[in-house]
Design a protein around this ligand. Structure first.
Ligand code: FES
Ligand SMILES: [Fe+2]
Length: 321
């Protein structure tokens, strides 16, 4: 199929491969991202690892019958065992282990209820890390997973597209409050909205909302939502991970900053979660069917697209496939 975008479908950086809860102790799970299988396993003590799928011996796929044995992964075919660094540490019946008997493990982090791997086209090590987000004062994670026919750069471009919020998301008014600030792999922008409160259980109230949005690479967006007139603060996270050249998994997580009352916190958090889910999917038919305009014709009503696209270039080391 013809490539829709003038850049690779697989940017470099940290990308979510699942919610932490997807990986139970002792489980071996196959995930498919970046056009390849990853075999993810959690040891009985809780360490999470992601490895290339095929055994260096005779090529068995470890996701089909591979087993966690204590802290190791055992191949189903001839029983070779690998440690968490990917080194073969046991071969049944053999007295010597060939030094090249290794499985390539992906750099992996587990943070804020998510599991991430670091993808780099040239196999280079990470030069920055997954951010640590505060948890204590926030409600429990409410999670959702979608698969959409587009790529991470297009999804994240929403954050600078202040002009689509009124027509597509039915916001009353929207503008850029603070122009983008870039710092290496992070990109921050703030938008100001006037939004009808009906969607979060405050009908008839015109809410004064500030969205403070930060990207950490192209796989990790954090939106801090301040509803200033009522003093409520929510946090929406968006994790995009390319499956293949056409499709991307989007994981969403919503939290509400805790209110004095626990029941009120959960009730309001649920409303914000429902609003997020309802609102986010408005973009899907656009993303799935749009054409990527490399040189769009922009007007003064548009947000800062070009600074965003320029910032994105650092995540591609290969030309479009
Ligand atoms: S193919 Fe894995 S042990 Fe032989
Ligand atoms: Fe949108």
């Amino acid at each position: 199929m013809e490539n829709r975008f003038p850049f690779s479908a697989y940017p470099n950086g940290w990308f979510a491969i699942g919610f932490s809860s997807d990986f139970k102790p002792g489980a071996v799970v196959t995930k498919h991202y970046f056009g390849q299988d990853l075999v993810v396993y959690r040891t009985l003590e809780g360490a999470l690892h992601a490895t290339e799928p095929h055994c260096p011996h005779l090529g068995a796929h470890l996701g089909f019958g591979g087993k966690v044995v204590d802290e190791r992964l055992r191949c189903p075919f001839h029983g070779w065992c690998f440690d968490g660094a990917g080194q073969c540490v046991e071969i049944p019946g053999a007295t010597r282990i060939p030094p090249k008997a290794t499985l390539r493990h992906w750099p992996l982090r587990e943070q804020n209820g998510m599991a991430f791997v670091h993808h780099h086209d040239g196999g280079e090590a990470p030069t920055w890390d997954v951010p640590v987000l505060p948890e204590v004062e926030w409600s429990v994670d409410r999670q959702v997973l979608w698969t959409v026919r587009t790529c991470p750069q297009e999804i994240n471009e929403n954050i600078v597209d202040s002009g689509h919020l009124v027509p597509l998301h039915r916001i009353a008014e929207a503008s850029v409050l603070r122009q983008p600030v870039e710092d290496g792999p992070t990109f921050n922008v703030a938008l100001q909205l006037l939004a009808d409160g009906g969607i979060v259980g405050m009908p008839g109230l015109m809410n004064d909302v500030v969205l403070d949005v930060t990207l950490h690479g192209l796989g990790h967006m954090v939106v801090q939502t301040d509803v200033r007139n009522v003093g409520v603060r929510a946090r929406q996270r968006v994790y995009c991970t390319p499956i293949d050249g056409e499709r991307t998994d989007i994981r969403g997580v919503v939290n509400l900053q805790r209110l004095p009352d626990d029941a009120a916190t959960e009730q309001a958090a649920e409303l914000f979660y429902q609003a997020y889910v309802t609102d986010f999917i408005q973009d899907f038919p656009i993303w799935e069917n749009k054409k990527y305009r490399d040189k769009p014709i922009l007007s003064s009503a548009d947000g800062p697209f070009m600074p965003y696209r320029k910032w994105c270039r650092q995540f591609y080391s290969l030309p479009a496939q």
